[in-house]
Design a protein. Structure first.
Length: 202
């Protein structure tokens, strides 16, 4: 009976944690300024997009050639990168491939005057998430940016992590329900071999 009670509490605590993390880190962008990198050699286009993004509360960096744009994208932290296909030093396709080659899951939108299907397919296969042709609508660009930023990024690990505030309750629950098989749960500030029960009998 006691074990069943703690089994119930354990799962409710986990549910609250997961709901809180999912709701606030993926969809709640009101408290975090999204950072966007624009890579385009057309200064007028860059200024046009940059002004629009800043007015929509984004933080914006710019690069005017493929070499510096690729470096900034790979070494900086960005939520989204907007790339023109035709760039000095290195074209947008190469920039996109280099970003993906280092394992970054940053969202990438191509903006290009090249509207051929072959070119679009090449960019998407290189790792782009979206492709828009110039001239473009700012309203549509804004909508596509929001859609990509809302999209959950790649999950790197199946290990669940939670803060210290729930660690004691979960750990105590696991001890009292010791007859249940345990699953790994990483707890910041605790030893790496901490285990928490799932409450599923063998």
């Amino acid at each position: 009976m006691l074990c069943s009670i703690f089994h119930y509490i354990n799962f409710n605590i986990l549910y609250i944690i997961l709901y809180h993390v999912y709701d606030n880190t993926i969809y709640n962008t009101n408290y975090i300024k999204m950072k966007i990198l624009i890579i385009d050699d057309d200064i007028e286009v860059v200024d046009f997009i940059r002004t629009n993004l800043i007015n929509n509360s984004y933080t914006v960096d710019t690069a005017y050639d493929g070499e510096s744009g690729s470096y900034m994208a790979r070494t900086g932290t960005y939520d989204l990168v907007i790339i023109d296909y035709s760039l000095p030093d290195k074209n947008g396709l190469s920039v996109c491939a280099e970003i993906r080659s280092v394992g970054l899951a940053t969202s990438i939108i191509f903006l290009s005057m090249n509207y051929t299907v072959k070119n679009k397919v090449a960019c998407l296969e290189a790792g782009a998430d979206d492709y828009m042709t110039k001239p473009f609508s700012l309203e549509e660009l804004n909508a596509r940016i929001k859609a990509l930023i809302r999209r959950p990024k790649k999950i790197e690990s199946a290990i669940l992590s939670c803060g210290k505030y729930c660690a004691a309750a979960l750990y105590e629950s696991a001890i009292l329900c010791a007859n249940f098989p345990a699953q790994r749960l990483t707890l910041p500030g605790w030893e790496s071999d901490s285990w928490i029960t799932t409450g599923i009998r063998k």
